[in-house]
Write a protein that binds this ligand. Sequence first.
Ligand SMILES: NC(=O)c1ccc[n+]([C@@H]2O[C@H](COP(=O)([O-])OP(=O)(O)OC[C@H]3O[C@@H](n4cnc5c(N)ncnc54)[C@H](O)[C@@H]3O)[C@@H](O)[C@H]2O)c1
Length: 343
Amino acid sequence: MKITQLPALSGYENLQYCEDAKSGLRALISVHSTKHGPAAGGCRFWNYASLEEAINDVQRLSRGMTYKNRSANLPLGGGKAVIIGTKKTPEMMRAFGKFVDSLDGTYYTAEDVGISPSDMEIVSEETCYVAGLESGEFASGDPSPVTARGVYLCLKRAVEYKLGRSKLKGIRIAVQGLGHVGWHLSQMLYADGAHLFVTDLNKEIITKAVDQFDATAIDLDDIYDVEADVFSPCAMGACLNIDTVSRLKVTVIVGAANNQLSEFRIGDLLKTKGIFYAPDYVVNAGGIINVSMEIQKINNPQYLEERLLALPKTLDMIIALANTKNIGMHAAADQFVEAQLTK
Ligand SMILES: NC(=O)c1ccc[n+]([C@@H]2O[C@H](COP(=O)([O-])OP(=O)(O)OC[C@H]3O[C@@H](n4cnc5c(N)ncnc54)[C@H](O)[C@@H]3O)[C@@H](O)[C@H]2O)c1
């Protein structure tokens, strides 16, 4: 196994590349910040077109984790790992575990796109700096229901702020993506009496949502044109771009998807259009709160609930900052976190 130190972007603490000929592992770990605790962030398995592309992605994502962890006030810094490839093997995951272990606890790994809890179980054979496990005293398991609850609490707060409605009864919500988070979220919204418009790549799950939530099925691309109060992106990133934002008829956007804005200026466009945008990394922090409990060895439901209830309060502080400075919510969130980062 060969580990190479690479030049990290300015403001980043560490960037390492690992190649292991025996297992075929090619992986990068980026540590953006350990100022507030060990860097934590998932490991992504992706077939990057080049090492350059993977380097850009891992650094962008690790900085994003610093912002998310700080906005949720967790005793963690930000980091991320990527594995470049098309086929995962247990040997590869074991080699990745050794790579993580070589950083001596400055970075904790967990699941991200393309990585399952069973992959993390293999990683845990080689390092203790791993979370998102399914077994063990502090195992946090699937974070999705917790993420969904955090998004739900923030969505309620956003509707109250923007629409003056303290209850979701009769509120029309367009949900994009009925996967792990989107499904749990839809359950909660439906229980509160919201009317759901739903779309997903998976037709079966749409049928299930129509049956169970009395939802209206929408074709994939038509979700942006729905006459609704709230758009809830729970599928993929960059869903808010010049084209989609020009079509939206909603007044509130709150969803679980990471990196919803295709570019920073889309946040300005949303402000100009009078659409309230709840910054993704603020509202979807439930998952990392769940993971952080495993890292901190906390097994206390009250701790979890307090942290989740703090998410809409953080949203309130960002709203206040956005109003005072007359800036978009995306910019206010970054400024809010950057002020915390200097402390
Ligand atoms: N799982 C978590 O705890 C967590 C935490 C923070 C952020 N997120 C983010 O939330 C989003 C959803 O996560 P998840 O765990 O539910 O993922 P998932 O893979 O379980 O679900 C995503 C769903 O979106 C659907 N989908 C994909 N492309 C689509 C499209 N173009 N239009 C409509 N539907 C589409 C998929 O078919 C799938 O059902 C992701 O962006 C993820 O990064 C998840």
